[in-house]
Design a protein around this ligand. Structure first.
Ligand SMILES: C[S@@+](CC[C@H](N)C(=O)[O-])C[C@H]1O[C@@H](n2cnc3c(N)ncnc32)[C@H](O)[C@@H]1O
Length: 191
């Protein structure tokens, strides 16, 4: 595992009540154009900060595959889902972003939220996302602007939206221009 991997001891930060002000999930879901009935992979789901509202948005006929490479994070996700009485259409799954436990074309959309800066092989992950998202589906990548923390990871771990955009394009995605979400984050949408 890489030195950039999120430390589960810090998982309370993912549920900081202030986070909803500087990183509202509604802004991300709205720009993704999430529809009822969709199957969405939330890769690097952490404690489910995005998986929970995604599950509400897709409704009972849709589902959210909440994937994380760290078993300890999945355990924390399960606790959080129980505490918050989260919708039952969230399926926690162990898995690595570069070899997802998902069949070809099985997802309508895929979200990588605050994961890109932790990846060891972004090009491989972008190709893997292409494999699991159906033709016409969408990928969303949200990550930290490369500006001085806090909050967030160290400056030298951060990646610019333009660099991520080039990686997505090389994998066959058609990425949008990056947009801002709150003061600290960029969002790329790719079709
Ligand atoms: C900073 S947390 C973000 C959690 C959540 N997306 C959010 O924004 O609240 C990053 C998460 O990605 C997971 N992760 C890191 N590398 C991964 C990989 N290669 N595949 C799947 N999950 C990964 C970490 O274990 C951690 O739970």
């Amino acid at each position: 595992m890489g030195e950039r991997l999120f430390d589960p001891v810090k998982s309370d930060k993912l549920e900081d009540p202030q986070r909803v002000h500087w990183l509202p999930s509604s802004a991300v879901l709205g720009r993704m154009g999430v529809e009822r009935g969709w199957t969405i992979a939330d890769v690097g789901a952490g404690t489910g900060y995005f998986a929970r509202p995604l599950a509400e948005a897709v409704g009972p006929e849709g589902r959210v595959l909440a994937i994380d490479v760290q078993r300890e994070m999945l355990a924390r996700l399960l606790v959080k889902l129980a505490e918050t009485e989260a919708p039952s259409n969230i399926l926690p799954l162990p898995g690595d972003a570069d070899a997802l436990p998902i069949a070809d074309d099985a997802c309508d959309a895929l979200l990588l939220a605050n994961l890109w800066h932790e990846l060891e092989n972004g090009p491989k992950v972008a190709r893997e996302a292409r494999r699991v998202v159906r033709p016409g589906g969408r990928m969303a990548v949200l990550d930290w602007e490369p500006v001085e923390p806090p909050p967030g990871p160290p400056l030298d771990h951060r990646v610019s939206a333009d660099a991520a955009r080039d990686v997505l394009a090389a994998a066959g995605w058609v990425p949008s221009a990056p947009s801002r979400v709150g003061p600290y984050s960029w969002l790329l949408l790719a079709d």
